[in-house]
Design a protein around this ligand. Structure first.
Ligand code: FAD
Length: 298
């Protein structure tokens, strides 16, 4: 189906399947995919983007749900935040459901999708630290078929979407263990994250995975802090930790993500201290990480 929306784009195509969407993008290299439009239309309205044509993904039912596959959930890129926030999804991937419930006001959650959140790759994208902590992968569909890449590769710009390609699905391991997402916004009510933390327990591999969002262009993984805290946990016992250990984990995570300025060479100027805003952010991250770990182990 083709309609006309002169201010935004000359042509809007509404395919009914991923294959049709890939064919439409391949046939019109200047076309841009649009899902919920919450990011894309904001860019159009502010004059940052003038797409010649749009390929709407809203009628592709195969990407609006999820299925189980080999201990993983295969999440459709068209899942809205509102859908991911519901209890049945929360039972599956609790941290992603919490992040979805925190992603903006209801109008945004009803329209905004998982795929859009990933492809926009905004530092404040709430799903992103959760996907980074879960080591999620993207199933990308395109004219050459399917390929799979770690979500972190797209977020870091190590790999890009090629012409005609779409994010079709997100493959997330089902860990059946506690996982927590916490977000600070600096205001009451819905708002973009000033910092966010996802903590995921993986008892089968005896590891703790943590990702910090919004403090850098992509989620950061404090790998040394993860390994250190995992070594303290009695995985076969009660899995608890002393409050001091949780607090030390928070400090470790925060220092890894917002490091001190480098020490000077011998005889050089003393390092300038972190500016107050960075110190405040570091304290916020430390508190979020401490609380997230404490709740995951509670
Ligand atoms: C007022 C407001 C508040 C917001 N608050 C938050 C918040 O608190 N937390 C948060 O995380 N986000 C927030 N957002 C951002 C936004 O809602 C999310 O990033 C949303 O998930 C984007 O999804 P979408 O479907 O609307 O993407 P769209 O706007 O449709 O697309 C975004 C980009 O992704 C591309 N794209 C979309 N789907 C695909 C796909 N399947 N394959 C390839 N490319 C694709 C599009 O071409 C476009 O470049 C907010 C936005 C607004 C306007």
């Amino acid at each position: 189906m083709t309609t006309h929306a002169p201010q935004a784009a000359h042509t809007v195509t509404l395919p009914g399947s991923l294959d049709e969407a890939v064919a439409a993008l391949t046939a019109m290299p200047a076309a841009v995919p649009v899902a919920g439009g919450t990011d894309l239309m904001a860019a159009v309205n502010s004059g940052l983007l003038r797409p010649a044509a749009l390929v709407g993904l809203g009628r592709i039912s195969e990407i609006r749900g999820w299925q189980y596959q080999d201990g993983h959930a295969l999440l459709g890129a068209g899942l809205t935040h509102a859908r991911m926030g519901r209890p049945d999804f929360a039972a599956l991937i609790p941290a992603l459901a919490t992040a979805a419930r925190a992603a903006g006001p209801p109008q945004i959650r009803n329209a905004g999708t998982l795929g859009g959140n990933i492809v926009t790759s905004a530092p404040t994208g709430d799903a992103l630290p959760v996907l980074a902590a879960l080591d999620a992968a993207l199933v990308i569909v395109g004219p050459e078929g399917h390929r799979e890449i770690p979500v972190s590769h797209l977020l870091a710009g190590v790999e890009m979407l090629r012409p005609g390609e779409l994010v079709g699905f997100v493959r997330v391991p089902l860990l059946h263990a506690p996982q927590i997402f916490l977000k600070a916004t600096g205001r009451t009510g819905p708002g973009r994250a000033t910092a966010s933390v996802a903590v995921v327990l993986d008892p089968a591999r005896r590891n703790v995975r943590c990702a910090v969002g919004a403090v850098a262009p992509m989620p950061l993984r404090p790998l040394e802090a993860e390994a250190w805290v995992a070594s303290l946990i009695d995985w076969d016992g009660v899995r608890g930790l002393a409050p001091e250990a949780c607090a030390a984990f928070g400090e470790y995570v925060a220092a890894a993500c917002i490091p001190e300025p480098p020490a000077p060479d011998e005889g050089g100027e003393p390092p300038s201290p972190l500016p107050p805003a960075a110190l405040h952010l570091r304290r916020t991250v430390a508190i979020l990480a401490r609380r997230a770990l404490g709740r995951a182990l509670a």
